[in-house]
Design a protein around this ligand. Structure first.
Ligand code: G3P
Length: 214
């Protein structure tokens, strides 16, 4: 399973890259708006830290404009994946861009049918937002399961990025389903490693080691 970091914060990206487990980064306009750095400079810096795919979102709405914006964004660094929200205009743009070899991450996926259309249009990634579905009392992980079955059934090589992750259980459930990628906020990725019994165990071993004759 690949781990992407869901952030535009350089300090967080540097930190997790240092742990040796960072496979990519996903940003969106909301995440970028929290950083106090000019947009293109920020994206270039993220791409220099993380050699894996870095998703950057298009904000245009018509297909011609999306295509132009995506080409410009893809030119910022070789590891850019352009994020395009699912919709008819986005779908048309995705077909054109994917044929040009530009990686598209179709975002704001809330149903298996949206993911199927994105894969047919040539998307490299689809991003189902599971936390936002959980928020409205729908089981978000169910659509991940359905999308994986559909992609497997027809041999699509589109990878599923489980997004809108809120807690470690989401990561474990995504892994149990065999999702290709989880894009995880820093606050959640930091929690994946902790367990109170591990802390207690280390403390006891160190205490007992103090009694060993050397
Ligand atoms: O990258 C987009 C996605 O992960 C957003 O998550 O927490 O805003 O629903 P959230």
């Amino acid at each position: 399973m690949k781990f992407f970091l869901d952030t535009a914060n350089l300090a967080e990206i540097k930190e997790v890259a240092g742990w040796g487990i960072l496979d990519g980064v996903t940003t969106n306009p909301s995440l970028v708006s929290k950083e106090n750095t000019p947009f293109e400079k920020l994206i270039r810096e993220i791409c220099a830290i993380c050699p894996g795919p870095v998703s950057v979102e298009c904000v245009s709405t018509g297909s011609d404009e999306i295509i132009k914006e995506a080409r410009r964004l893809a030119g910022l660094a070789p590891n850019i994946a352009v994020k395009i929200p699912i919709g008819l205009e986005g779908l048309k743009a995705t077909r054109v861009l994917s044929r040009e070899g530009i990686q598209v991450n179709t975002t704001l996926i809330f149903s298996p049918s949206q993911a199927l259309l994105a894969a047919k249009a040539g998307s490299r990634f689809v991003s189902p937002f599971i936390g936002r579905l959980d928020d409205i009392s729908q089981e978000g992980m169910e659509i991940v399961e359905q999308i994986l079955v559909i992609f497997d059934q027809y041999g699509f090589d589109t990878e599923v990025i489980v997004a809108s992750i809120r807690h470690p259980r989401h990561v474990v459930d995504a892994a149990l389903l065999g999702a290709h990628i989880a894009t995880i906020p820093y606050s959640v990725i930091a929690k994946l490693i902790s367990h109170p019994l591990t802390d207690r165990g280390v403390e006891k071993f160190l205490k007992d080691w103090g009694k060993v004759k050397i």
